[in-house]
Design a protein around this ligand. Structure first.
Ligand SMILES: N[C@@H](CCC(=O)N[C@@H](CS)C(=O)NCC(=O)O)C(=O)O
Length: 222
């Protein structure tokens, strides 16, 4: 049985959404954000104190993009991976990691210096610089999404889940207002997926059932 540790709206939404796309059973354990502060026992589960933490028998993983790659590869019947023999394999790996390393990282600086740090350490300059950084990196997607419905392989894959979470985060912090039309349309398409909507409902219901706030992580501090 797969167990996923999750905070509402955190990067652990990537594996949650992917699990809903695949349709395998899993246990969802909710934590208030940040778990390392709100739930010290979590440090015994993941010494980094971060989510996601996913366990699949003896496998333990803490990187959301790697977990997407793992789950898609372990459940090929869902058709969400791109295999090494496919000409789109390079694009697949690139966008899978681009979603986290290039599109999510700058937004964490926007959040930290716009909301999470105490008032005296906040920095409007950092917020604007890294908002622009994020938006400029979306250019890689724009030209592609003007021609294609998804980021690679001509179909929905785990790479769209990785990139899609970065767009979800952008929508939480208001950067979606600055999306160009092709990215805005793509973001709309992703939100219309049944598995995306189920994942949103599941995280809310699990939070309520487990006594965790259903508010997004980015509203929990600051
Ligand atoms: N690169 C990791 C980052 C994991 C991470 O930093 N998760 C955040 C939530 S989005 C977290 O748990 N932060 C809590 C903390 O830093 O204490 C991934 O993609 O999963």
């Amino acid at each position: 049985m797969i167990t996923l540790h999750h905070c509402v709206s955190a990067r652990s939404f990537r594996p949650l959404w992917l699990l809903e796309e695949i349709g395998v059973p899993y246990e969802l354990v909710m934590h208030d954000f940040p778990p390392r502060v709100r739930d010290e026992a979590f440090l015994e589960i993941n010494p980094l104190g971060t989510v996601p933490a996913l366990f699949d028998d003896r496998v333990a993983m803490t990187e959301s993009a790697a977990i997407c790659q793992y789950l898609a590869g372990r459940h090929p019947q869902a058709g969400l991976e791109v295999t090494p023999d496919d000409p789109a394999y390079g694009d697949y790996l690139n966008f899978l990691h681009f979603g986290e390393a290039t599109l999510t990282f700058p937004q964490t600086l926007v959040l930290r210096y716009g909301r999470f740090e105490p008032e005296e350490r906040r920095s409007p300059q950092v917020v604007e610089d890294y908002s622009r950084w994020f938006l400029s990196r979306l250019r890689t997607l724009e030209s592609r999404l003007e021609r294609e419905a998804f980021v690679c392989a001509g179909r929905f894959t785990a790479a769209d889940v990785s990139v899609g979470y970065a767009l979800l985060l952008a929508s939480y912090i208001g950067l979606d207002e600055r999306f160009k039309p092709a990215v805005a349309d793509y973001w709309q398409r992703l939100q219309e997926r049944e598995a995306f909507q189920r994942a949103k409902a599941v995280e809310r219901e699990a939070a309520m059932a487990q006594g965790v706030s259903p508010r997004p992580a980015m509203d929990m501090l600051g």
